[in-house]
Design a protein around this ligand. Structure first.
Ligand code: EPU
Length: 438
C-alpha cells in the first residue's frame, strides 16, 4: 500500500490554488437527481469521493462525463432508486440520495451508514425531517426503505444542527407540495452552496445562510443551461494556511474565499501568524514563535470541527499550553495518539484536550484514522525533524486534491512511495529522487 513520506523542517514559501469544496461538490452532484436533464458543474475537486459519487449516480442510471474543466451528469432517467451497502460503506455522504430519490421517484432504498472513526453519526434527524414531509420508513436488513406517497410541506425543527441532515430534508422539500419551514438548520457554506444550486434549477428557498429556511415547493425542477461553479474548499484552504504556521513559512492560497474562514483565521492570528486577505486569496506568514490558543468547535459560523485536528498540530509547536474543546463529534481526537508518537504532549479526556507545546516534533511512522487526522499528521511531518511516513493515505485521497503536488509547489519535501521501501536511508533517497533533489 502506498504511503506519504515527508522530509520535514522546510519553511514553506509560495502560492497554491484551493480546489472546489468536497462537502459542497458531493451534495450538489447528488442534487442533480432532482432535475431531469444534463447538468454541468465546474470546480469539482478530483477526489476519490467524487469518483464514488459519480459511480453511485451511474448505478442509479445517471451517466456522467468528466472533462478537463467540468463534469456533466445526465439525470434524464432514473433506473434504480437505491444506494447499496458497498457504496455507502465507503462514503457516508451517499445517504444524501435519500431526499432526492424520495422526491423524484416516490421511493428509495438506502443502506444505513454505520458509525465511523470520529463518532456514531446517526441519521435520525434526516429521517425525522423527511417523515415530517410525509415520508414513511422501514428499517430492515441494514437498509432504510422509504416511500413518499404524499410529499407535503411542513414546519420542522432539527433537534441538533446537522449538515447532511439539513441537505437531505431541503432536497425533498423543494419538490414537496406547499411550504416548508426548516428551523435550526445548518448554516455551513456548503449548505448555502447546495441551496444556491437548487435555486439555479428553479427551487424557491428563502433564508439561505440563516438557521431558518423557508421553502416553497415547486412541481418540478429543470437542469440549468449554465454550468454551476462549486465554492472553494475552506477546509483545504485552512489546512495549507496551517502548513505555513507549523513550518514558519509564508504561503498564499488563491482561488479561495476568506469570508468562509473567519473563525479559523482568528485562531491563526491568536497563534501569532500574520494573516492577510484579498477578495479571493489568503496569505499566512509566521516569523516569530507560535503562541498558545484556545478554541471550541461549533456549527458554522463557529470554529469548524474539520479544522480541529490541523490546529492541534499547530498547538503542539506553540510556546505554552493550548486548549481545544470538540463539541461536534464524540471521538475526534484520534490524531492525538499519533502526534504523541512524534513527541507532542497532549492530555485529553472525552471532549477536551490540553496541548503543551514543544520546541519541535520528530519524524515517525504514523497511521491516519480519518481524513482530517491524516491532514494533521502531514502537517506534523512537514514541521518535524527527520522523516515521517503517513500510512493509510486513502483517507487523504478522499478529501485533498493533489496534496503532494500542491505542497511540493511551495517547497515541501514530500512524496508518495510504495510499501516496499522500508529502510530509512533508502526511503530518504527515494523521496529525494522523487522530489527532484537527488
Ligand atoms: N447527528 C445526529 N443525528 C443526525 C445527524 C447528525 O445526532 O441525524 C449528530 C452527529 O452525530 C454529530 C452532529 O450531529 O454529532 C453533527 O453531524 P452532521 O450531521 O452535521 O455531520 P455530517 O453531515 O455527517 C458533515 C461533513 C463532515 C463534517 C460535519 C460537521 C459532509 C459530506 N460531511 O458531516 O465532514 O465534519 O458535517 O461539519 O458534508 C470531513 O469532511 O472530514 C467531514 C467529516
Amino acid at each position: 500500500m502506498e504511503k506519504i513520506v515527508i522530509d520535514g523542517g522546510v519553511a514553506l514559501q509560495g502560492t497554491l490554488r484551493a480546489s472546489g469544496a468536497k462537502n459542497a461538490a458531493l451534495p450538489i452532484l447528488i442534487a442533480t437527481l432532482l432535475a431531469p436533464g444534463e447538468h454541468r458543474l465546474t470546480n469539482v475537486p478530483a477526489l476519490t469521493d467524487t469518483g464514488s459519487t459519480l459511480s453511485l449516480l451511474g448505478r442509479i442510471g445517471c451517466p456522467s462525463l468528466v472533462g478537463r474543466d467540468s463534469i456533466r451528469v445526465d439525470t434524464s432517467r432514473i433506473a434504480f432508486s437505491e444506494a447499496p451497502y458497498d457504496v455507502v460503506r465507503k462514503m457516508r455522504a451517499s445517504v444524501l440520495v435519500l431526499g432526492p430519490l424520495l422526491a423524484r421517484c416516490g421511493e428509495a432504498k438506502v443502506s444505513l451508514p454505520g458509525g465511523c472513526a470520529i463518532g456514531t453519526r446517526p441519521i435520525d434527524q434526516h429521517l425525522k425531517g423527511l417523515e415530517a414531509l410525509g415520508c414513511e420508513f422501514e428499517l430492515s436488513g441494514g437498509y432504510v426503505y422509504g416511500r413518499a406517497p404524499d410529499l407535503r410541506g411542513a414546519d420542522f425543527t432539527f433537534d441538533v444542527v446537522t449538515v447532511t441532515g439539513t441537505e437531505n430534508v431541503v432536497m425533498a422539500a423543494v419538490l414537496a407540495r406547499g411550504t416548508s419551514v426548516l428551523r435550526n438548520a445548518a448554516r455551513e457554506p456548503e449548505v448555502v452552496d447546495l441551496c444556491n444550486f437548487l435555486v439555479s434549477l428553479g427551487a424557491r428557498i428563502e433564508g439561505i445562510g440563516t438557521d431558518t429556511l423557508v421553502i416553497e415547493g415547486v412541481p418540478r425542477l429543470w437542469a440549468a443551461s449554465r454550468p454551476y461553479k462549486i465554492l472553494p474548499d475552506r477546509i483545504e484552504t485552512g489546512t495549507y494556511l496551517c502548513a505555513a504556521a507549523v513550518t514558519g513559512g509564508d504561503v498564499t492560497v488563491e482561488n479561495t474565499d476568506p469570508t468562509l474562514l473567519g473563525a479559523v483565521l482568528d485562531v491563526l492570528r491568536d497563534a501569532g501568524c500574520e494573516v492577510t486577505t484579498g477578495e479571493d486569496w489568503i496569505r499566512c506568514r509566521r516569523s516569530g514563535p507560535l503562541r498558545p490558543f484556545t478554541f471550541t468547535t461549533q456549527p458554522h459560523p463557529g470554529f469548524p470541527t474539520d479544522m480541529q485536528a490541523q490546529l492541534m498540530t499547530v498547538a503542539c509547536l506553540a510556546n505554552g499550553e493550548s486548549h481545544i474543546e470538540e463539541t461536534i463529534f464524540e471521538n475526534r481526537f484520534m490524531h492525538a495518539a499519533e502526534l504523541r508518537r512524534m513527541g507532542a504532549v497532549i492530555d485529553h479526556c472525552s471532549s477536551k484536550a490540553t496541548i503543551t507545546g514543544q520546541p519541535g516534533l520528530t519524524g515517525a511512522a504514523v497511521m491516519a484514522s480519518d481524513l482530517r487526522a491524516s491532514a494533521a499528521l502531514v502537517l506534523a511531518g512537514l514541521a518535524a525533524d527527520g522523516l515521517t511516513e503517513v500510512l493509510r493515505i486513502y483517507h487523504l485521497d478522499r478529501g485533498y486534491e493533489n496534496l503532494v503536488g500542491k505542497l511540493r509547489g511551495v517547497g515541501a519535501r514530500i512524496g508518495r512511495v510504495g510499501d516496499e521501501v522500508r529502510d530509512e536511508e533508502v526511503m530518504r533517497r527515494s523521496l529525494l529522487v522523487e522530489v527532484g533533489l537527488a
